[in-house]
Design a protein around this ligand. Structure first.
Ligand SMILES: *Cc1c(COP(=O)(O)O)cnc(C)c1O
Length: 426
């Protein structure tokens, strides 16, 4: 657990007391608080797992697109995996070289393809095609722009969704998923590339799913990827293979494998398949950032209901952290001040949003007064999924470095949304 409890009983992240963050007029609650040093360390640990092998760690920007975090990872030598034109532009402007950006997504718009073809002197590292049909569209846009597009094919390895050991909404590498090119259609994809002078095949990608807490499903995807790469390179000179993201973290139920373990095992496979001369890429999002961010929230009130029912209602809701409502995800929730000798009891912790799914589940909290709580492991798919549903302001963002607050993105005032919407439609 990346948060620590100080001798005085208060919770800290990256050496900064969360009580102090809540009291800071720029931050307050609800806010996301991130430990930039710990995020940089995750990247270093992952780089080290490749030893001397040529590689790129493409940070999956959709996990957390805060520019400060992208810049931190760029400084650690990471590239980026982006899934929209806007993410592509943001990653590039946060210091990630176009030559280190891969662009995935099940169907990029023409406008987005044009952007990808125009970034940098030679375009991006690869537009990752997710269908035969999309390859034809990429070829047309590249021809129109008089450019040669570097493309990669995202293969759908057909890993059985049931065997994936992850929530069905985050499993992407099975036959019914909309993602990637089915293995049975790879031949057609290669034919399109062979016929199109505006396409140059540079690599093959796979991304099987998310939050893997064992190596097996990831390696099953990598095996299919490497088997295909061995065949494809007899026709096309490949520069890289990229086995995707999906490395799990410990949300409280354990995760025995570290991101570096996935990489070491994948490297062994890569050698077995005789692909050691190819650059190996990976695309971690969650694993770099999830454990190093929390949602800091204030208890608005408690409520007793019929029978034994009772709720702790906090000022963070599903609009701030959607994962519990969207994926039935569970995040640990802990009090910022732990009263000494506190008696804990089960409380249903909910937000103020008008949806029954605005529910963070049952948590053991002190029976006595609780003012502040931290929702743990919220650094990935948290702020990047936040919305203004119910007219709520987006939460603040606080970035901690060297044991101090390095930067605060303040929350908008309560009524900023009203002014904005009225002005937009005046
Ligand atoms: C979301 C995504 C990732 C990152 O997944 P994590 O589970 O956060 O590591 C990697 N690659 C692609 C193509 C993605 O869409």
């Amino acid at each position: 657990m990346p948060v620590t409890r100080r001798a005085d009983g208060t919770l800290a992240l990256g050496g900064v007391s969360l009580a102090e963050v809540a009291a800071d007029s720029r931050a307050g609650t609800p806010s996301y608080v991130y430990d930039l040093d710990a995020i940089a360390n995750e990247a270093r640990e992952l780089h080290a797992a490749f030893e001397a092998a040529p590689h790129v760690v493409h940070y999956a920007v959709k996990a957390n697109s805060a520019p400060t975090i992208i810049r931190t990872l760029a400084a650690e030598g990471c590239g980026a995996d982006v899934v929209s034109g806007a993410e592509l532009e943001l990653a590039h402007r946060c210091g990630i070289d176009a030559g280190r950006i891969v662009y995935s997504g099940v169907a990029k718009s023409d406008e987005e393809l044009d952007l990808a073809l125009a970034v940098g002197a030679n375009g991006i590292k690869a537009i990752v095609a997710e269908s035969v049909e999309e390859l034809a569209r990429i070829a047309a846009r590249a021809t129109a722009a008089s450019r040669v597009a570097s493309v990669s094919i995202r293969i759908n390895p057909g890993v059985d969704a049931e065997a994936l050991d992850t929530h069905s909404y985050i499993a992407t590498g099975h036959d019914d998923a909309k993602f990637g090119v089915a293995v049975s259609r790879i031949g057609d994809a290669l034919d399109v590339i062979a016929r199109s002078p505006s396409l140059r095949l540079v690599g093959l990608n796979a991304h099987v799913g998310s939050q893997f807490t064992t190596l097996d499903p990831y390696l099953a995807g990598a095996k299919t990827l490497f088997g295909l790469a061995r065949e494809v390179r007899t026709r096309f000179p490949l520069a890289f293979v990229d086995s995707g993201g999906g490395f799990g973290i410990d949300y409280g139920d354990g995760c025995a494998v570290r991101p570096a373990d996935f990489i070491r095992a994948t490297r062994v496979l890569q050698r077995e398949f005789g692909l050691d001369d190819l650059m190996l890429g990976c695309e971690p999002g969650r694993a770099l950032v999830a454990a190093h961010g929390v949602v800091l929230s204030r208890v608005i009130q408690r409520k007793a209901g019929a029978g034994q029912r009772r709720w702790t209602i906090i000022d963070a809701g599903m609009n701030d952290l959607l994962r519990p409502a969207l994926y039935q995800a569970r995040h640990r929730i802990v009090p910022v001040h732990m009263p000494s000798g506190a008696v804990n009891g089960p409380w249903r912790v909910v937000g103020p949003v008008c949806e029954s799914s605005d529910d963070f589940g049952m948590h053991d909290l002190p029976e006595g007064e609780v003012d502040l709580v931290a929702i743990l492991d919220a650094g990935a798919y948290g702020y990047s999924m936040a919305s203004r549903y119910n007219g709520r302001a987006l939460p603040a963002e606080v970035f901690v470095r060297d044991g101090a607050i390095a930067q605060v993105v303040s929350r908008k005032p309560l009524l900023a949304w009203v002014e904005e919407r009225l002005a937009e439609t005046a």
